[in-house]
Design a protein around this ligand. Structure first.
Ligand code: OGA
Ligand code: MN
Length: 287
């Protein structure tokens, strides 16, 4: 559902998720341009920009237009800018951050709205990010499943991904240890409805992900693992996804309540450096 835009150009990049926005310099935008970008974000779940030239201060100022900054406690910050998380992979490092389908911060009581991710160094080839629409995927479920999901609540945790950082084998720890830390802050699981009413669009959305969602209330471990896998497989089908190829100066802003994302790790021996600012969200309610 494209909106009416006056000063920016919004081109959907796939039927169900994502739009490319042009005609705007994010270091210097008007309130009207921001309102239009925000509407495109609500309509498409993730918006992309090319060829942006931003200092750290300008990145922060732009992110603050969306809401208060949500500082991620596990990511290494950019030197001198605690608000900016560094998403880095050096040529000698093997693991990348975000390689499994997930949505950020679902383990928080009030999950973050989304992230404002800016590409500073990208490999010559590879290093794409795939996004999937959890709203479009929900719409296509059959009515029986929708009815069953409507009363379900799921438990989300950061204990598995971040809480075990201290217990990794030496090689993985050496590889990831300078990028993710603070395992002791992985506490405090959260419970959220499996189907939420999206706080901005009002659309129902599947709010679970195989990375952080550990169980569904009232189900055995096997049942809940298999339902989470079934829903994940459904969401990640081609028709709900879009794969974005980064260039230096590209920006993506995604909505954690409307999308999943996954970073492709296919650039061994190359450096990739992204700056991520995460913005706070609002409490979630069931659809
Ligand atoms: C993230 C993330 C994806 C990427 O920053 O949350 O998953 O492509 N990044 O770097
Ligand atoms: Mn992520």
């Amino acid at each position: 559902m494209p909106g009416t835009y006056t000063s920016i150009v919004v081109d959907p990049v796939s039927p169900n998720v994502g739009a490319m926005i042009s005609g705007v310099d994010l270091a210097d935008i008007t309130d009207v341009q921001f309102a239009e970008i925000r509407q495109a974000f609500i309509n498409h779940g993730v918006v992309f920009f090319r060829d942006q030239v931003l200092t750290e201060e300008e990145h922060i100022r732009f992110a603050q237009r969306w809401g208060e900054i949500d500082v991620n406690r596990f990511f290494h910050p950019v030197d001198g800018y605690p608000q900016i998380a560094e998403v880095r992979k050096e040529p000698e490092q093997k693991a990348n951050i975000g390689s499994k389908w997930h949505t950020d911060h679902s383990y928080d009581q009030v999950p973050a709205m989304g992230s404002v991710l800016y590409a500073r160094i990208v490999p010559p080839t590879g290093g794409d990010t795939i996004f999937a629409s959890t709203c479009a995927a929900y719409e296509d479920l059959d009515d029986d499943l929708k009815a069953r999901l409507s009363t379900m609540t799921a438990q989300h945790t950061n204990r598995i991904v971040f809480g075990q950082l201290d217990d990794l084998d030496a090689e993985t720890k050496a590889d990831l240890g300078d990028r993710l830390s603070n395992a002791h802050l992985a506490v405090d699981d959260a419970f959220h409805p499996v189907v939420i009413r999206h706080p901005l669009s009002g659309r129902p959305s599947l709010f679970m992900n195989g990375e952080f969602t550990v169980s569904i209330d009232g189900m055995s471990d096997d049942e809940s693992a298999s339902l989470i896998e079934q829903l994940d497989d459904h969401i990640h089908q081609d028709q709900y996804t879009y794969r974005f190829s980064w260039e230096p100066g590209s920006m993506a802003i995604w909505d954690n309540r409307a999308t999943h994302h996954k970073a492709i790790n296919d650039y061994e021996g190359q450096r990739r450096l992204m700056h991520r600012i995460t913005v706070k969200g609002e409490p979630l309610t069931s659809a």
